[in-house]
Design a protein around this ligand. Structure first.
Ligand SMILES: *Cc1c(COP(=O)(O)O)cnc(C)c1O
Length: 378
């Protein structure tokens, strides 16, 4: 018998500068919130913290939707939650595909039993209102249109104003992925008429991964209430989740144990967003993007998309540069993480995220200096 006491090696991850497609840098204030005492998910103190978190989320989504809460799980859980609750087997839906996350939305909706019609744009491009209207006219029975606001795989920024009018005129719902825009770009759920929207915590909200903020408007609620079949997922069934997150006359009902400490972290991350002010924060993301763009273009590095996100900069890898080698040197020598190309962009693009806490003059100038050195353009 081995009598030596087992002692695990110290957990000591490096302090990286996270300038990839997420996770983004997390402030100490948020990390401290994670370490606050764990209490029960039905403790009145916790319910108050959760209610406050949901109210902060409404402000960040710019919505008054009562049904706004963080789904347990990462951004993909938000996508699955919206698909599984709004789609019944046999429903026709339209998904606008212009990158990896549009492809995923199509696949998730297919797994919910939908007949998915896609419209496709070249990677790096966005859809025009005319293209969206034409797709709706081709598929008049479509009950929902799904679109990604910030396509993280290509860095393209999809304009959304006017889309809801087209969708609603045909009696369909508009579902939007704002994982890489919420907290970094303008997201106006009510003004833009978005019926269902999901996001993630580890991109522009600068919180660790683990929750997926979602919001459902009145039309989406009516659609869920009129379902003939139960959502295939028990865990993500909003008709049960709302009895916990929103409650009613009977109080709050246990469905699954809420990720208590992650809620603390999200509460704190949202407080930071609101203290900075959404408008100021959006301007900061724009200014940092412009500062980076100027520096990259001076180094001869060009952007993939015409309409670039401010939160994610997708650039062509210059001829002769060693994709993995450059990223490895940035990580090992400078502690900087940037993203590789995803899907068909693999080996062709780098993705530099300037999200939330990471979107700063210090980080922009640091990554530009490091790239200049590593690419030998000093
Ligand atoms: C990151 C991302 C997701 C998935 O989020 P996870 O937190 O990785 O599950 C979905 N959509 C977009 C646009 C994203 O950038």
């Amino acid at each position: 018998m081995n009598l030596t006491q087992f002692v695990a090696a110290p957990l000591n991850p490096a302090e990286r500068i996270l300038l990839g497609p997420g996770p983004s840098p997390v402030s100490h204030r948020v990390l401290r919130a994670l370490a606050a005492p764990t209490i029960g998910h039905l403790d009145p103190q916790y319910i108050a913290i959760m209610d406050e978190t949901c109210e902060f989320l409404r402000q960040v989504f710019r919505t008054r939707n009562p049904l706004t809460f963080p789904v347990s799980g990462t951004g993909m859980a938000g996508m699955e939650c919206i698909a599984t609750n709004l789609i019944e087997p046999g429903d026709e839906v339209i998904v606008c595909v212009k990158g990896v996350f549009g492809v995923r939305m199509k696949e998730v909706m297919e797994r919910c039993g939908a007949t998915v019609h896609t419209i496709e744009a070249t990677w790096g491009e966005v859809f025009t209102l005319e293209q969206i209207a034409a797709a709706l006219d081709r598929h008049p029975c479509a009950k929902l249109l799904g679109i990604v606001h910030a396509e993280t795989s290509t860095g393209a920024h999809q304009p959304l104003a006017g889309v809801a009018d087209l969708v609603h005129a045909r009696g369909a719902l508009l579902a939007v992925d704002t994982v890489t825009s919420l907290g970094g770009h303008d997201v106006r759920v009510d003004e833009w008429g978005i019926d269902a929207c999901y996001s993630g915590t580890q991109k522009c909200l600068s919180c660790p991964p683990g929750l997926a903020p979602v919001t459902f408007g009145e039309r989406a609620l009516s659609r869920m209430d009129a379902r003939k079949t139960k959502p295939q997922s028990w865990y993500l069934d909003v008709s049960m989740l709302r009895k916990y997150y929103v409650g009613g006359s009977g109080g709050r009902f246990y469905h699954h144990t809420a990720p208590i400490n992650m809620t603390y972290a999200l509460r704190e991350a949202l407080a930071i967003v609101l203290e900075e002010g959404l408008d100021k924060r959006i301007v900061r993301h724009e200014q940092m993007h412009l500062r980076l763009r100027k520096g990259l273009e001076a180094l001869g590095l060009g952007y993939v998309p015409k309409h670039s996100l401010h939160t994610l900069n997708c650039i062509h890898i210059p001829a002769g540069a060693d994709d993995a080698g450059v990223r490895r040197r940035l990580l090992e020598e400078y502690g900087i993480e940037i993203g590789a190309g995803l899907g068909p962009m693999a080996g062709k693009a780098w993705r530099i995220g300037l999200m939330g806490h990471g979107s700063s003059v210090r980080n922009v100038d640091l990554v530009l200096t490091a790239l200049r050195e590593v690419l030998g353009r000093a």
